[in-house]
Design a protein around this ligand. Structure first.
Ligand code: ADP
Length: 287
């Protein structure tokens, strides 16, 4: 860890809000800027980083310096509990001490070499595992934490707890990311349905697309946006003002980002970047 210049912890109050997706894309974005980057997945019960980086089924190797990360590119190394599970369908049912032991080993025994950035994808919530992680990272210096949330109150309530956890343990909050902040998708990728009261539907997509092509082809290039989650309470931005922490930005629900995560790819590398890529890029610029 002494050879790691910057350490960033990625946290969330709840699971499923996009913490690992954000961690993966943050690592890709930093690597694309030619930094030497490490991504450490210590989400012991739900390690999704191997899949999100296209590294499923890879093994880690031990050298005399420690465990070697698995490399996506020469400047992007990854370490995950997922590499150590014999069967990806296996549940990790470990009690606290064993989990904490493994976390410490992961933080201590991986040989990263010289790194500009280490992105640490932590488990959701605030548990004693988080205290272990923070204590270890603090011993060699930690830049701070990024907290990922969705816009709804149910998620934001837990984010407040994350912010207060960071304040209590002395980890600076680098900022909060509001993920899944509305849906953004090209109009031409929508399906158009006529629904009956009983829930049956007729798919009119082809007809609607034909009609648009004929009458207003420029409409097909429009991006349709829709607020899915209730953000009437002001969302993460308002919470950040109230709690005195930086708001880093909003990332929409974007089917292309979901696809990139499923395929283990960077959402920036495709010839045509995904709709969420500019939002993610501007967040990375703020760090
Ligand atoms: P967490 O790490 O918080 O449990 P994940 O990163 O595993 O959450 O995300 C859960 C699912 O949601 C994944 O399938 C992921 O690809 C998808 N996802 C996350 N953020 C977005 C987004 N902005 N747009 C589309 N899909 C997303």
């Amino acid at each position: 860890m002494a050879t790691v210049k910057h350490k960033i912890l990625v946290l969330s109050g709840k699971g499923g809000v996009g913490k690992s997706t954000f961690s993966a894309q943050l690592a890709f974005a930093l690597a694309a800027k030619d930094f030497q980057v490490g991504l450490l997945d210590i989400d012991i019960c739900g390690p999704s980083i191997p899949k999100m980086l296209g590294l499923e089924g890879q093994d880690i190797h031990q050298s005399n310096l420690g465990w070697s990360p698995v490399y996506v590119e020469s400047n992007l190394g990854v370490m995950s509990i997922g590499f150590m599970l014999p069967n990806p369908d296996e549940a990790v049912i470990w009690r606290g001490p064993r989990k904490n032991g493994l976390i410490k080993q992961f933080l201590k025994d991986v040989y990263w070499g010289e790194l500009d950035f280490l992105v640490v994808d932590a488990p959701p919530g605030t548990s004693d595992e988080h205290i272990s992680i923070v204590q270890f990272l603090q011993a060699t210096g930690i830049d701070g934490a990024i907290i990922v949330t969705t816009p709804q109150q149910v998620s934001l309530i837990d984010v407040r707890k994350e912010v207060s956890f960071c304040k209590k343990v002395g980890v600076p909050v680098l900022g909060v990311v509001e993920n899944m902040s509305g849906l953004c998708q090209p109009l031409k990728d929508f399906r158009f349905l006529r629904m009956t009261e009983t829930g049956e539907h007729t798919d009119l997509t082809e007809k609607v697309i034909e009609y648009m092509k004929e009458k207003a082809p420029e409409m097909l290039d429009l991006i349709a946006a829709s607020e899915i989650f209730d953000s009437s309470g002001g969302g993460a931005a308002k919470m950040c003002t109230e709690m005195g922490v930086p708001f880093l930005g909003k990332v929409p629900l974007d089917p292309q980002l979901c696809k990139a995560a499923e395929e283990g790819k960077s959402c920036f590398s495709e010839q045509k970047c995904s709709i969420s890529a500019p939002a993610l890029k501007s967040i990375v610029e703020k760090l």
